[in-house]
Ligand binder design. Structure first.
Ligand code: CP
Length: 305
């Protein structure tokens, strides 16, 4: 059973508008809970969740773990670097061994696109995708949209520019699906080499000029250049990238209106965004992190219920 229209959370693509609205209203309740003196509810006392991280993470891993603890679930944590994966064990064998220890739900981050979907078809547990390669990062998109909604209200008609390395970004794809389902207009902006050809077919605007994108949008979501996923060089140098796509306070101040600045983290300060911008009153980066816990509590609670 699940209170959502899907038994797993693999991607935003599979969620309905009603699912997203239910996740948001549930997250609003949980946000109130985590701001109380006693930040815990007994909702999932009989549930055991395995957090499987086959790729590095700070925010998502800690946020899921805290969300599960706030819901009173039992948890086990697994990281690939200290496991028998390095001895050749397959993903299905690894997960089936963890499920044999009577776990109900698996939260998984994996470097390969499709890993979460694959797992959902081969093991008997609810699967939550915590980021699969360059495919989707659904809880990041949900917390991003939830954070925008807190600032500007209904997203219908709002303009969101996603700026940076679109090609290698799971955050970009999940954000596009989520924002469009909520009625927002979406633009992607970056060097032409870092914008995949298929993206225009998703109904988003495409722009290579940072200033034009910033003048158009109400919200700018600045993405990290994912050098670890780049097998070839997509732009001449980091210096050149900063000159064309780095967001500075001077640029922000020169715009005709005040926009909201977001970043999913981890930030490369001084590359896609300066420290002055990251720490400015226009930035909602730490609000995104705070909302991540409430959103993940909502997702786990709704899938487990
Ligand atoms: N935003 C995000 O996914 O950050 P981590 O890689 O630290 O989890």
């Amino acid at each position: 059973m699940s209170l959502l229209s899907t038994p797993h959370l693999i991607g935003i693509k599979e969620l309905s508008r009603a699912d997203i609205d239910l996740i948001f209203s549930t997250a609003e309740n949980f946000k109130e809970v985590i701001n109380r003196t006693i930040k815990k509810v007994p909702s999932l006392r009989d549930i055991t969740i395995a957090n499987l991280f086959f790729e590095n993470s700070t925010r998502t891993r800690l946020s899921f773990e805290l969300a599960e603890k706030r819901l009173s679930a039992d948890i086990i944590n697994f990281s690939a670097s200290s496991s028998s994966v390095s001895k050749g064990e397959t993903l299905i064998d690894t997960v089936n061994n963890i499920l044999a220890m009577k776990t109900d739900m698996v939260v998984m981050r994996h470097p390969n696109a499709g890993a979460a979907l694959f797992l959902s078809k081969h093991v008997k547990a609810k699967i939550v995708n915590a980021g699969d390669g360059a495919h989707e990062h659904p809880t990041q998109a949900l917390l991003d949209a939830f954070s925008i909604r807190e600032k500007v209200g209904d997203l219908a008609g709002k303009k969101v520019a996603i700026i940076g390395d679109i090609l290698h970004s799971r955050v970009a794809l999940s954000n596009i699906f989520c924002l469009q389902k909520l009625g927002a207009e979406v633009m992607v902006c970056g060097p032409a080499t870092l914008i995949p050809k298929y993206v225009a077919s998703l109904g988003v605007k495409v722009e290579t000029d940072l200033r034009k994108a910033l003048e158009w949008c109400d919200v700018a979501n600045m993405l990290r250049i994912q050098l670890e996923r780049q097998d070839i060089r997509y732009f001449p140098s980091i210096r050149e990238y900063i000159m064309q796509y780095g967001l500075t306070k001077e640029i922000l101040n020169s715009l005709s209106k005040e926009i909201i600045v977001m970043h999913p983290g981890p930030i490369n300060r001084g590359v896609e965004i300066t420290s002055e911008v990251a720490d400015s009153s226009q930035s909602i980066i730490l609000e995104q992190v705070e909302n991540g816990v409430a959103i993940r509590m909502a997702v786990i609670y709704l899938l487990a219920s």
